[in-house]
Design a protein around this ligand. Structure first.
Ligand code: DWN
Length: 417
């Protein structure tokens, strides 16, 4: 474990004018779920500062405390294919981009941060040539075992060499750009890999949605930047790329945009959409909004803990539903431990049997949820609320209730839907 380093200047524009907006304190790495033998070891797991800054020059909201990426990504616990919502989303993504670019079998689609290959399998079903770039060995091996060619490395100049300059008709990077420390180096490599008539498609949680819905649990050490598209557009422009379109997905990770970029003057630019989004960011992601967000974060923490402690005083049984990375932040920041949650369930096999770092709450198979018949379930995977409520109709009908943490703590049962 190497201590976090501290970034002195803005990650996109290089300005030193970074203003502290929110300090969440020392927190464990969100995806570092503990194996059983580690969970009984009293030695505390590593914790790192989690502080959010605002660049007064370009407006990028970002972390300055940088954890070594190898510590976070060489072995990775998150699998894309653990939610039906995601499978549907990425199949539609492949359909949209195949049609938009009239992709042919010889066209190469490169997915940066390809995880378990979910998106590339959808492109492969449509006949295109695919290649994943995935630094986590466990994920790259799983994707390759399922027939998805994958380079087990961090995307960069060496990858460009391997793929070939301007060799990719489509490059995708979904929930990746927020994780990148060297944004200028990353974008230069994307530009060099992208064919002259190619498109770079990337999804990121939109900073306006994060602040508007008070989703502070999305703030963790992997997410170095919380993007608005004005700062992203400026970044692309420094690397022979221009933003040509934006598509909003309000239900993906609390609200995400898919940005489409291309080499200048190769595709028509949807200026009205882009201008409208830039305008929303002027008021929806300025320092005053970040300040209001910080105030509401403290309020949500207080109200959520009070609600849970009140239910426990009444003898209620409460469990957690879903063990997303963001659960590590919510549970540790709000001091929600095993005195409140008996366990957390999760559909991801490699998370089951492990423990949420910091609070050390056990993660169990969803079958335990059915058996426990808890009075309440804290919905930690809140971004999949619709899918989960639909799946848990029986639990609701039998009187079970969900506690939804955002935008403010709310109890949701059969009669309160
Ligand atoms: O940016 C990132 C996003 C895209 O994915 C990464 N940094 C890490 C990861 O974040 P996350 O772990 O918060 O992602 P999810 O997709 O919100 O995680 C949902 C978790 O909930 C998964 O572990 C699966 C689980 N789940 C479940 O147990 N029952 C999900 C559903 C739908 C369910 O019914």
């Amino acid at each position: 474990m190497s201590p976090a380093s501290t970034q002195s200047a803005c990650r996109t524009c290089g300005s030193p004018r970074l203003r502290l907006g929110l300090d969440l304190g020392l927190l464990p790495l969100a995806n570092s779920f503990l194996p059983p033998q580690r969970a009984v070891d009293p030695t505390p797991e590593p914790r790192y500062p989690l502080r959010v800054f605002y660049c007064e020059n370009c407006g990028l909201i970002q972390l300055r405390d940088i954890v070594d990426m190898r510590e976070m990504y060489d072995d990775y616990a998150f699998l894309t294919a653990t939610a039906t919502t995601s499978l549907i989303h990425f199949d539609q993504y492949a359909e949209d981009m195949t049609r938009r670019l009239s992709l042919k079998s010889a066209d190469l689609v490169v997915d940066i941060g390809s995880n378990d290959g979910t998106l590339l399998k959808a492109f492969r079903r449509r006949g295109t040539t695919v290649l994943g770039v995935e630094p986590a060995r466990n994920l790259a091996n799983q994707a390759m075992a399922e027939g998805v060619p994958t380079l087990n490395e961090y995307f960069g100049p060496d990858t460009v060499e391997r793929i070939g300059t301007h060799g990719a008709r489509l490059i995708t990077a979904n929930n990746v750009v927020s994780h990148v420390q060297d944004l200028n180096g990353f974008m230069e490599s994307v530009s060099n890999t992208l064919a002259s008539e190619g498109i770079f498609a990337f999804e990121v949680p939109w900073v306006v949605d994060v602040l508007r819905h008070y989703n502070f649990d999305i703030i963790y050490h992997e997410h170095l930047s919380y993007f608005g598209f004005k700062s992203l557009s400026d970044l692309l422009g420094r690397h022979d790329l221009e933003l040509i379109d934006l598509q909003h997905f309000p239900l993906i990770h609390g609200g995400s945009f898919r940005g489409l970029a291309a080499h200048p003057r190769t595709f028509p630019r949807q200026s009205d959409t882009i201008t409208r989004v830039f305008q929303d960011e002027k008021t929806g992601a300025d320092f005053a909004t970040l300040n209001e967000f910080a105030y509401r974060v403290h309020d949500i923490r207080r109200r959520l803990l009070e609600l849970l402690q009140d239910l426990k005083r009444k003898g209620k049984k409460i469990v957690g539903y879903g063990a997303p990375a963001k659960a590590t932040i919510l549970l540790n920041y709000c001091s929600i431990d095993r005195s409140i949650l008996d366990f957390v369930t999760d559909t991801t096999p490699l998370k089951q049997g492990r423990f949420v770092p910091g609070v050390r709450i056990p993660i169990v198979h969803p079958d335990e949820f059915r058996k426990a018949k808890a009075d309440y379930a804290l919905l930690l995977a809140w971004n999949f609320k619709d899918e989960i409520l639909k799946k848990e109709q029986e639990y609701l009908r039998s009187g079970g209730q969900f506690i939804i943490p955002f935008p403010e703590p709310l109890i949701l049962g059969q009669n309160s839907r």
